[in-house]
Design a protein. Structure first.
Length: 198
């Protein structure tokens, strides 16, 4: 993957893992430790589980694939609890499954390339010269991640509606919150499509 693809993929994995933790109540007994971003092997296994689940529940997925996916999840959680979690710390209570912003904030700063030899890492791209022509929409979170990484550049500190990224200007859809969608300037008609608004 290229540098911006890693940036977007890391955000997608964090979001999916937050969903997985809540959906399967993995905060119980620390079934998935909060330090998972510091373990390259856990990153790889979570990435594989995410990709497999997308296939199993996709348009061509089958019930049997979903069953196999759940078996793989049980196996994954079994060895994670032995290697990392280290026993019951929840007292078999039903804790709040929401992750704190402090915890997910620590995930943002983790290095998704940890454990990958330098020779196998993607080459850094020139600022503002990233090319992903098939991508015409970005979420607010993706644009923030790209801006923090120095890959997207707002027009001006006082002008938040336009940002330069991937060789194009991007415009934010009319919205009242920071999770509004961003659209390439030559696809501004998408900004008015009600599909992308709450």
């Amino acid at each position: 993957m290229t540098e911006p693809e890693y940036t977007l993929a890391w955000e997608q994995l964090r979001n999916w893992t937050a969903w997985l933790v809540g959906r399967y109540r993995l905060v119980l007994e620390d079934r998935l430790p909060g330090c998972w971003p510091q373990h390259p092997e856990l990153i790889e296994e979570l990435w594989a589980l995410r990709a497999w689940r997308a296939e199993a529940y996709g348009p061509e997925g089958a019930g049997q694939s979903a069953v196999y996916w759940h078996q793989a999840l049980v196996t994954f959680l079994g060895h994670v609890s032995i290697w990392w979690a280290g026993g019951c710390r929840a007292g078999h209570a039903s804790p709040n499954t929401d992750l704190s912003t402090e915890q997910t904030g620590r995930w943002v700063g983790a290095d998704p390339l940890a454990g990958i030899p330098q020779l196998l890492r993607p080459a850094s791209s020139e600022t503002g010269a990233i090319t992903m022509p098939e991508l015409n929409m970005l979420s607010g979170a993706q644009m923030r991640a790209l801006t923090r990484a120095g890959l997207a550049h707002p027009q001006h500190a006082s002008i938040a509606a336009f940002t330069y990224y991937d060789g194009s200007w991007w415009a934010i859809a009319p919205a009242e919150d920071e999770d509004a969608m961003w659209f390439r300037a030559d696809h501004t008609e998408l900004a008015f499509d009600s599909t992308f608004h709450r």
